[in-house]
Design a protein around this ligand. Structure first.
Ligand code: NAD
Ligand code: 022
Ligand code: ZN
Length: 375
């Protein structure tokens, strides 16, 4: 069938909006009509050519929502008409990782997903007979896409696509990092580094679980008002404190008779390896945990003195907020529909597919928290 798509034709080139061909779903696959998709950093990172694993030509996009239109042989968990959110971290419930209950990193289709093809090793997308790569197993920058059954979460039908698409990446990553990865308890103190689309969701996750002190750190003062909207209690601009950031944060979080400072939990939402170190070192000695959410560029390394870990600080990372997509994503949609979490104010821009390149520009200039393409 003919579908409308934004095609990544090559590194550093703008997306080309054009008609491409999509084959129907094979066994274990579903055809989904994408109704809305968010624009996230990783799409840009790949398009820029900086991602050494990026493949071209490809249909990018990994933050979508839509409706199942057709299912392939053997598909039982969804049917035509079901509303779904595509999952770049699938959940097969059968691989050793899914069965371990210790990780959300399902391995069922991992190898082929990274190679930009479906689990049978072929692509459903083509243009003029030439193959196009899939991306992150999702390819949501098209009004129809084909996905493995294990890579869709069925969600309630009264939820608006142009908002819940953000649950496909940013919302779940931020809130999940708090609930699944850090397991933050009520009354905890926390520091969030970087108040973009991810950091703001960490903040609202912290508010949801009842954290006491929620410090936001950002080099952009415009982010103060944004953080406060979602539950931030204190704001620090590292450029304006007239000294080193880590001692400043440790001082702010001093509690108890011994007056030892440091947060119970810190979160890096910048992808900057220097910030990751600051986040670890501003944790409380003995028990503080620092969660790396930001994805750094290829080849980058993190460092700290071993003493930081020997004295009980813990360095952890998280992918997709540790969420098991088919199980957890429908619950997050419910939380949104019940008013427990907010999404609407974070969707600062919506646009038609034709303007998707402008959406990338808005993201770069820090003008948007989230831009969403509505098909
Ligand atoms: P964003 O660009 O919207 O936000 C980043 C924020 O960090 C901005 O507000 C910026 O001003 C601030 N910042 C930059 N340098 C800083 C510094 N030195 N100190 C303090 N603040 C600083 O990005 P985003 O969409 O929020 O994504 C954040 C990171 O999370 C990215 O690296 C992204 O790739 C990653 N991410 C990871 C996962 C995962 O599963 N682990 C999922 C989604 C996104
Ligand atoms: C989403 N991300 C950043 C912005 N939006 C993002 C990027 C990478 C990951 C998660 C979120 C990630 C963390 C760990 C992995 N990935 C590896 C998972 C594994 O090996 O099992 C990751 C994922 C998908 C892809 C690449 C890396 C891909 O499909 N190409 C989840
Ligand atoms: Zn993303």
């Amino acid at each position: 069938m003919d579908v409308r798509a934004a095609v990544a034709v090559g590194a550093g080139k703008p997306l080309e909006i054009t008609t491409v061909q999509l084959e129907g779903p094979r066994a274990g696959e579903v055809l989904v009509e994408i109704k809305a998709t968010g624009i996230c950093h990783t799409d840009w990172f790949t398009l820029s050519g900086e991602d050494p694993e990026g493949l071209f030509p490809a249909i990018l996009g990994h933050e979508g929502a839509g409706i199942v239109r057709e299912v392939g042989a053997g598909v039982t968990s969804v049917k035509p008409g079901d509303h779904v959110i595509p999952l770049y971290t699938p959940e097969c419930r059968q691989c050793p990782s899914c069965l371990s209950r210790k990780t959300n990193l399902c391995t069922a289709i991992r190898a082929t997903q990274g190679q930009g093809v479906m689990p049978d090793g072929t692509s459903r997308f083509s243009i003029g007979g030439k193959k196009l790569h899939h991306y992150m197993g999702t390819s949501t920058f098209a009004n129809y896409t084909v996905l493995p059954e294990i890579a869709v979460a069925r969600v309630r039908e009264d939820a608006p696509f142009d908002k819940i698409c953000y649950i496909g990446c940013g919302v779940t990553t931020g809130i999940g990092a708090v609930i699944n990865t850090a397991k933050v308890e009520p009354g905890a103190t926390a520091i969030v580094f970087g108040l973009g689309g991810i950091g703001l969701n960490v903040i609202q996750g912290l508010r949801l679980v009842g954290a006491d002190m929620i410090i936001g750190v950002d080099i952009n003062n415009d982010k103060k008002a944004w953080g406060e909207k979602f539950g931030m209690t204190h704001f620090v601009n590292p450029a304006e404190i007239g000294g080193d950031l880590v001692p400043h944060l440790v001082n702010m979080t001093k509690r108890g008779a011994d007056q030892i400072g440091g947060a119970d939990y810190t979160f890096d939402c910048t992808g900057n390896t220097k910030v990751m170190r600051q986040a670890l070192e501003s944790c409380h000695r003995g028990w503080g945990e620092s969660i790396v959410i930001g994805v750094a560029g290829a080849g980058q390394e993190i460092s700290t003195r071993p003493f930081q870990l020997v004295t009980g600080r813990v360095w952890k990372g998280t992918a997709f907020g540790g969420a098991r997509g088919r199980t957890d994503v429908p619950k997050i949609v419910d939380w949104y529909m019940d008013g427990k979490i907010q999404i609407d104010p974070m969707i600062t821009h919506t646009m038609p597919l034709e303007d998707i390149n402008k959406g990338f520009d808005l993201m770069h200039h820090g003008e948007s928290v989230r831009g969403v393409v509505v098909f």
